[in-house]
Ligand binder design. Structure first.
Ligand code: SAM
Length: 284
């Protein structure tokens, strides 16, 4: 089977199938063998694993995953790619392609049925228009995922890794860091894709924690507090959280708790660590 991860072979497959790119699906196919190798190294897939791939495209990464994993489940929304995948993945008996929208699929159930109890790793070159909802639903959903190794827009990778007091720090940073240890493993320029995206990309690996690094009595409430704190970034915490929907706390009550925690009255959400958010949530 010809290596799909180079421009000539990807173009040949696309032309032979008269494929037209659908902008609405965020289709930028990876055509760089070195980057593909970096993704495989970072994902650390072994013969015991089940891999969930989101958006296999023409199957470039899927082939490499099928050679390494016990099982690959690839979820692709674009039905025009299904006949191509049937061809490019024909040599691999351990791959199941599901023609579905990943945001509508019951990932937990799919993995339970298809994964046959194997450890599960997510590996993907994600469609950028829905990166955040995909990552959030994977982290918050009940599926037992060991790690998530994904290509994302460079700025999104930076937001996932950001710490307090930086401009990139926000609800996504806190959610990612509550559930996992993020690590950017490669920066990837636009010329590694067909067609070229308008933005730089990065490969990030999220290694899921067995237990979160902070203990919040009610994680659901913790995330309600975090989202409300960053809803209007320029507001002080007392103003953002006072009377926020779902919290039932007055501005005065929030101000009192901040004082008890030894924090300045005018502090903004962007200055609080994950530990401080957990304490604030418990006190609220
Ligand atoms: N994995 C391929 C590669 O690296 O060359 C393609 C990556 S491309 C950036 C994103 C892929 O996700 C496309 O194949 C696109 O059709 C698919 N996709 C977009 N939205 C999706 C969704 N909601 N559910 C599943 N797949 C989706």
């Amino acid at each position: 089977m010809a290596n799909l991860g180079i421009p000539r072979n990807t173009i040949e497959v696309l032309q032979r199938h008269n494929f037209t790119f659908q902008k609405k699906y965020g289709q930028n196919f990876l055509v760089d063998p070195n980057v593909l190798e970096r993704v495989m190294d970072a994902a650390g897939v072994s013969g015991e694993d089940c891999v969930l791939e989101i958006g296999p495209g023409i199957g470039t990464m899927t082939q490499l995953l099928a050679e390494r994993a016990g099982k690959v489940v690839a979820v692709e929304i674009d039905r025009n790619l299904i006949p191509i995948l049937e061809e490019t993945l024909a040599p691999y008996s351990n791959v199941t392609v599901i023609n579905e929208d990943i945001l509508k699929l019951d990932v937990e159930e799919t993995i339970r049925v298809r994964g046959e109890g194997r450890p599960v790793k997510v590996v993907a070159n994600l469609p950028y228009y829905i990166t955040t909802p995909i990552i959030m639903s994977l982290l918050e959903g009940g599926a037992p995922l060991e790690s998530i190794t994904v290509m994302v827009q460079k700025e999104v990778a930076e937001r996932m890794q950001a710490g307090p007091g930086t401009k990139d720090y926000g609800a996504l940073s806190l959610a990612v860091q509550y559930y996992s240890r993020p690590e950017v493993v490669a920066n990837v320029p636009p010329n590694c894709f067909i067609p070229r995206p308008n933005v730089g990309s990065a490969v990030i690996r999220l290694t899921r924690y067995g237990t979160p690094p902070v203990q919040a009595a009610d994680p659901g409430k913790l995330f309600t507090v975090i989202r409300a704190s960053f809803n209007q970034r320029r507001k002080t915490l007392a103003n953002s959280l006072g009377n926020a929907p779902g919290l039932l706390a007055s501005r005065e009550r929030v101000a009192g708790i901040l004082e008890e925690m030894g924090l300045p009255a005018m502090i903004r959400g962007e200055a609080l660590t994950l530990e401080q958010f957990a304490e604030l949530s418990d006190r609220l």
